[in-house]
Design a protein around this ligand. Structure first.
Ligand code: GAL
Ligand code: CA
Length: 353
């Protein structure tokens, strides 16, 4: 990778232009004292900014980060300090948190943007301090990622999750059309629970799930779609309205994530129905896997949060050590983790994790 020529403590050793004179003197003094330009080589400080901790998938990722940092410490013998900040869905709050991380001398930043369009401002702050920046889960546009070679994105391809979700439904329809096509018209009537507006996962999962079904030769009819902002309670409220409006006319409920699929299940559990529609989600969170086991959720698509957390830590360690990371980098900036389908058939593999 491109950054490997850096010295062992490079991120905090590269001062912003305005401070170069003083920083050069300091660096020289530290070089003399420690032999390693800053003496930080035994302690890596990571600042992780979450868009909100009140999100099932993101809070699980935060736990993974904490656990994996401890593992990395014992494997490498280096001290790693992970600071986690909850942006509480406010981009202003997150900006302050990023400023604080930089002021504290963090060596690497992990940023889960509240607002994807704020990426450029954060990228410029990190570049000015020479601190590598790893965006995750909420993908900035390519121009923002390419602003500086110290910017990375770790995530999963939203389009792939949509396609895999759509294929789950397509295969279920092909295998048992008589049961799924409740009104026997040969058309799949569905509703779509969407994540936050403007989020890459909402847009692409919504589009590509349906495309996979129609590409498979099945005609579809959208009864309704609405955002429930990734949120279980909001999804339960939307679904309750739809059940009132369409009754048993809903054949499939597509949900952009598992929490909203669980919200749909909550609404169904509260509404007398002779048969439930087929429901699919994305993430494979622990409660969603339970719902698959219970036969309430037909399937989901595993969003590998732990794999993403591991890649971020590997990247941080490598950048800090000035080494090649053990992760595969696409276009010098991206680490992609694959999605996988989950149904009752392979559920065991995911429950073991
Ligand atoms: C998605 C995930 C959602 C939600 C969202 C937050 O990848 O499927 O459940 O966590 O990220 O950005
Ligand atoms: Ca039908």
């Amino acid at each position: 990778m491109r950054r490997k020529t850096r010295s062992c403590c490079f991120p905090s050793c590269r001062p912003p232009a305005g401070r170069r004179g003083l920083a050069a003197l300091l660096a020289l003094a530290l070089l003399v004292l420690s032999g390693c330009g800053g003496g930080k080589e035994d302690s890596l400080r990571i600042g992780a900014a979450l868009y909100t901790q009140d999100d099932t998938f993101i809070s699980a990722m935060a736990q993974d980060l904490e656990g994996l940092v401890r593992e990395a410490e014992s494997e490498t013998g280096k001290k790693i300090t992970l600071f986690i900040a909850d942006g509480k869905s406010s981009q202003n709050t997150q900006m302050d948190q990023v400023d604080r991380f930089l002021a504290r001398g963090c060596d690497v930043l992990f940023v889960n943007l509240v607002d994807r369009t704020a990426a450029a401002v954060i990228a410029d702050k990190a570049e000015a301090e020479g601190v590598p920046l790893v965006f995750f889960n909420r993908q900035p546009v390519a121009e923002d990622i390419q602003r500086w070679d110290g910017i990375y994105y770790v995530g999963a391809d939203a389009r792939e999750s949509g396609e895999l979700q759509g294929k789950l439904v397509l295969e279920a329809w092909q295998a048992d059309r008589e049961t799924l096509d409740r009104n026997g018209d040969g058309i799949l009537q569905y509703v779509m629970l969407e994540g936050e507006p403007g989020h890459q996962d909402s847009l692409l999962r919504t589009e590509y799930s349906i495309k996979a079904v129609t590409d498979g030769g099945v005609e579809v009819e959208k009864l309704a779609n609405e955002t429930a902002n990734w949120n279980r309670a909001q999804a339960a409220a939307r679904t309750a309205q739809w059940l009132e409006e369409f009754g048993e006319g809903i054949e499939v409920i597509f949900s952009n994530n598992d929490d909203m699929a669980l919200g749909a299940i909550d609404a169904l559990a509260d509404t007398p129905q002779s048969r439930w529609p087929l429901i699919v989600g994305v993430d494979a969170t622990a409660p969603a896997l339970e719902a698959v086991a219970a036969g309430q959720l037909y399937g989901t698509v595993h969003n590998d949060g732990r794999g993403q957390a591991q890649a971020m830590i590997d990247l941080a360690l490598a950048l800090w050590n000035g080494e090649d990371p053990a992760v595969e980098l696409t276009d010098g900036h991206y680490v992609w983790l694959p999605y996988r389908q989950v149904t009752l058939e392979n559920l065991g593999e995911f429950l073991e994790r």
